[in-house]
Design a protein around this ligand. Sequence first.
Ligand code: CAA
Ligand code: NAD
Length: 293
Amino acid sequence: MGTGISSLNDVSSIAVIGAGQMGAGIAQVMGAAGYSTLLHDQSAEAVERAMQGIAKRLARAVEKEAITQSDADAALGKIKAASALEDLASADIVVEAIIENEAIKLKLLGKLDEICKPETLFATNTSSISITKLAAGTKRPDQVVGMHFMNPVPVMKLIELIRGLQTSDATYEVIRDLTLKLDKTPVTAKFDYPGFVVNRILIPMLNEACFVLQEGIATPEDIDAAMMLGTNHPMGPLTLADFVGLDTCLYIAQIFHREFGDSKYRPCPLLVKYVEAGWLGKKAGRGFYRYDQ
Ligand code: CAA
Ligand code: NAD
């Protein structure tokens, strides 16, 4: 304990694990901020897709004159694919953004504990899992912290910071400074109760939209139109659920139901059915809507 990196000045290399929609965005903003960034996923295809997506988004930003070609080249040059977990040994900070599953995250953190140098900090992008529990599964619990990016990462200004019971002040401060370096705004959850701030409020709303659909009260289009036109949300709740990923929404709802033990958090059966069908939302080509094109 107490050996962790204690200043952002000592950070030059970042590893991002999980190259799905969140990991790809996280690697992009790290590269854009000038950090040597390694991107790893258990699926080589996911890393390949993520690298292509990053290149495409940076090219669009150049087209729109939001950044220069040399900014885009510099950012892209900082991001490298890592085929093996062992390649991440020298990273100063590891951000994990793999599937929202406690057992799988704990297994990964256990492996990283063996691979990474003792001073490496572990940040988790979990949407709802206890930081305290994830930290307790490592030999460096004081160096584990929640760093919850919002989707789409390059666009959204917020990063929720979540302290586990064991998170040291030094670890928290380094990750807070990193958040500011990424030009994001931190909001801190003082306790790591399930869902922290954003998802504690958001996921019950998305789940309730599924109940409104299940009960036949309105069509998906009308539910979304009602919330967009009636409450000025940029996306309706069913479109947003598709965008987040219905599997991720369900995992979070299940954690709330289990951990709070309150029936008000029970996942909507229709949401469960969609996930069973593999209709996971935009990333799968079908959710409440179709994304065949
Ligand atoms: N990745 C990166 N950039 C994206 C993007 C993506 N997937 N989708 C859109 N963008 C960018 C566009 O390139 C565009 O950038 P410029 O302004 O630089 O041109 C900008 O976002 C606006 O895009 P569009 O004009 O195409 O579309 P829009 O105005 O409808 O905005 C949106 C798209 C930003 C996604 C907007 O609909 C929105 O804010 N939706 C709500 C998003 C939200 O609530 N996110 C939080 C989800 S919850 C969460 O993340 C936590 C969790 O744990 C589940
Ligand atoms: P995703 O399904 O798009 O991607 C997950 C990736 O993790 C996949 O590419 C998968 O191959 C990889 N993976 C799974 N197990 C792995 C392992 N053991 N080792 C390496 N790679 C592994 O999911 P996502 O939407 O990017 O979500 C990732 C994390 O971010 C989750 O914890 C989620 O709760 C959180 N999150 C999601 C959102 C969102 O809107 N989708 C927002 C904020 C936070």
